[in-house]
Design a binder for this molecule. Structure first.
Ligand code: CA
Ligand code: CA
Length: 153
């Protein structure tokens, strides 16, 4: 199984203590899995690793994911299976940043509830049937007391 890991720091929120400014961070491990699975099974694999299929909440997320998945179409961690047309990330958040291809999401044939990022140059998003099999990236938050707060200069 081809698996790649990268470990990145994400800034969450700012904390001001005694005039110094800190960025709260989490260590996030991104695990790319080249074995294609349907969305439900991909979700299970990520859950077993302690994470979720990676949501792309910012342009930075989008770029980081692209760095490890190469030219493959991949699942990204969003779906409208609860309410048709209302896409949410698997942690429940509504989409803020988006990168849909023009004309998407289109719920083609009434059967497209799971989100992919296309492997072409533009890396844009599309809704596709959840039963197709694609590689995916899991995002796992790794607790680390030592690096929870980093001095932000
Ligand atoms: Ca849909
Ligand atoms: Ca579509």
């Amino acid at each position: 199984m081809a698996v790649h890991h990268i470990l990145v720091l994400f800034a969450l929120s700012k904390l001001d203590v005694e005039g110094m400014s800190f960025q709260q961070t989490v260590n996030r491990e991104l695990v790319y899995t080249a074995v294609p699975l349907n969305f439900r099974r991909a979700s299970k694999v990520c859950e077993q690793l302690g994470g979720i299929i990676a949501p792309l909440k910012t342009r930075m997320d989008d770029m980081l994911i692209s760095a490890i998945r190469g030219k493959n179409d991949i699942w990204i961690g969003g779906t409208d299976r609860e309410i048709e047309g209302e896409f949410r990330w698997l942690d429940g958040d509504l989409l803020n940043y988006t990168n849909w291809r023009q004309g998407e999401p289109n719920n083609a044939k009434g059967d497209e509830d799971c989100m992919i990022s296309e492997g072409n140059r533009r890396k844009q998003w599309d809704d596709r049937p959840c039963h197709i099999r694609l590689p995916f990236v899991c995002a796992i938050d790794v607790d680390s007391v030592d690096s929870k707060y980093l001095l932000f200069i």
